[in-house]
Design a protein around this ligand. Sequence first.
Ligand code: 2NE
Length: 276
Amino acid sequence: TSWVSVGEYKDILLDKSTEGIARVAINRPEKRNAFRPQTISELCDAFIRIREDPKIGVVLFTGVGPSKDGKFAFCSGGDQAIRGSGGYLGDDGIPRLNVLDLQRIIRSLPKVVIALVPGFAIGGGHVLHLICDLSLAADNAIFGQTGPKVGSFDAGFGSSYLARVVGQKKAREIWFLCRKYGAKEALDMGLINAISPINLLESEGVKWAREILQNSPTAIKCLKFSFNADTDGLAGIQELAGQATHLFYTTDESKEGRNAFMEKRDPDFSESKWLP
Ligand code: 2NE
């Protein structure tokens, strides 16, 4: 697929293709793609742009690489060099954990987000691949949480949702021991969907995206939000309910309610059946 660069960002790259795919990449390879508040603000902006573009159905979310030492990373979590008291510090000196905003934007994006993990997915970077709809990894990928080693934790999606994905025992092992896991182990525990050689990772992602894009957008959106409704509490139910409202607005029954209000008359729902 051919990519066209979109937006002016410092810490990330955003590209779109003409066939309905977007590519978002964290671009701090010398830091193993660790994020700072600006990185996250830019990622939020990119994903919101994608949300508003009705031509895009699938997002490939990845990390730029290799770094000068030849290693690849998806993301190594929060940039510890600018971790202050109470959060990660931007130029404004305000401590932030704005990666939580990004997690919610990705979860509620009415499109499919595929993480392409070309190397390290560690700490808050591991959580970012976890919350994507699908994860494809290069055969050299390394996964793990480090929070209890570096004085941090993600007790939201990072732990509870991880347990939904890999099971309670494995999730507790991942967080309590802070081990690192290779791509094969990740596949065996259901943490990722497939492994590919690193030079084929993006083309594999495009292949998966093309298959998804052949299917019904509305069906896929409702399925995504059904999965979220089971795991994301009332916020997940809200997303599924929103899709029901979208569909209801297309019916004569719903339009009669709106028309009656606008015409200052009582609504007449007699044409609407109480179908089984
Ligand atoms: C990712 C990993 C395992 C890679 O190891 P290795 O040996 O391949 O690379 P190295 O030498 O550690 O890293 C290369 C350069 O990147 C920097 C390093 O400091 C090093 O810089 P120089 O010495 O060359 O100048 N770098 C890597 N990760 C960084 C990071 N997260 N922050 C700042 N600089 C980083 C290895 O690098 C590693 O373990 N990284 C740290 C992983 C980590 O603990 N992340 C934070 C977890 S907490 C979190 O993300 C979080 C949360 O828990 C809750 C909310 C929000 C965030």
